[in-house]
Design a protein around this ligand. Structure first.
Ligand SMILES: NC(=O)c1ccc[n+]([C@@H]2O[C@H](COP(=O)([O-])OP(=O)(O)OC[C@H]3O[C@@H](n4cnc5c(N)ncnc54)[C@H](OP(=O)(O)O)[C@@H]3O)[C@@H](O)[C@H]2O)c1
Length: 275
């Protein structure tokens, strides 16, 4: 498969929250051509509204949408994937690439369901993809090659950072970076409440909390320094920060976050769809 995505015919099956975020970002960035891109949803009215909004063809017929497509992005809920595979099985050929963002759905299930040697790449993005600040992990199925992974990474690089992992790590990715925005929003909300508690107006408290989170994350990413070292640099002996840290340790923030990721990872494993 060639690498120029603008020349690819693309079908997004299930352009809901995540499928829609990816579709919009890829069209906006000129990665995909509007003329060669189509999408499906379940409800006719949503199809009409989305088509008017994105100026692309949107329908409810998955089999028609995948006919002749080069790349097929699966954005339906995990429990609907098998049903959609049944609908498109007759149309699919090994020259096409399937990219699925469905959590807990292994590439092997899609491969088995299609009953052909179809290249499948599984991706686990997160909602900050909507602003180009997403984190996506990608792994390949049995019939996908390095070229298919490269094309998928190029798609997700447009909406943030991308990392390639073995499929055995996808549940952990789900528990950490796919669920992660929810944990961070709770931390941000709590920091903003704390600001209000110590007398700051809510909007200023929220700004301080959010920009501090963003800035700290950027320092970790851009310096590559261990977070513990960076924390030490903020912590003056007998200063204010060490008192704050003592409260965090007493409140077991670290172990709570570790347990949250472990539980979400376990849940992703429990939800794993098998064929
Ligand atoms: N949300 C996240 O943070 C996130 C992160 C990583 C991965 N994911 C994965 O992304 C997938 C979608 O999640 P979501 O949160 O975006 O859900 P969602 O907003 O409910 O989107 C699902 C979409 O699928 C459409 N749909 C349902 N049945 C269909 C069918 N038979 N044929 C075609 N389209 C159909 C729905 O159509 P209507 O609009 O007409 O109802 C809707 O547009 C899931 O597999 C999830 O694991 C989500």
């Amino acid at each position: 498969m060639g690498q120029d995505l603008l020349e690819k015919r693309v079908a997004v099956l299930g352009a809901g929250k995540m499928g829609g975020i990816l579709l919009q970002a890829l069209l906006k960035n000129g990665m995909f051509s509007k003329a060669l891109t189509c999408a499906t949803v379940q409800h006719e009215e949503r199809a009409k509204a989305l088509s008017a909004k994105l100026k692309i063809s949107v329908g409810t017929d998955n089999a028609a949408a995948v006919k002749g497509a080069d790349i097929i992005l699966i954005g339906v809920k995990p429990q609907v994937v098998d049903e959609v595979m049944n609908e498109i099985r007759e149309q699919i050929t090994p020259a096409q690439l399937i990219v699925s963002v469905a959590a807990s759905v292994p590439t092997s299930l899609i491969e088995k369901s299609l009953r052909k040697k179809i290249p499948v790449v599984r991706a686990m993005p997160n909602t900050p993809c909507s602003l180009g600040s997403g984190m996506t992990a990608v792994c390949k199925g049995k019939y996908a090659d390095a070229g298919h992974v490269a094309i998928t990474c190029r798609m997700f690089d447009v909406v943030g950072r991308t990392v390639v992992v073995d499929e055995k790590h996808m549940d952990a990715v789900t528990g950490l970076s796919a669920s992660g925005p929810a944990y961070i929003y709770i931390i941000l909300e709590s920091l903003a409440e704390a600001g209000v508690k110590v007398g700051l107006p809510r909007d200023i408290a929220t700004l301080l909390a959010a920009q501090t989170t963003l800035g700290s994350a950027r320092v970790v990413l851009e310096t590559g320094d261990h977070p513990a070292l960076l924390k030490d640099a903020v912590t003056t002996p007998a200063g204010c920060t060490i008192d704050g840290i003592m409260e965090l340790e007493e409140g077991k923030l670290r172990v709570t976050l570790i347990k949250a990721v472990v539980r979400a990872t376990q849940r992703a494993k429990e939800l794993a769809f098998t064929s």
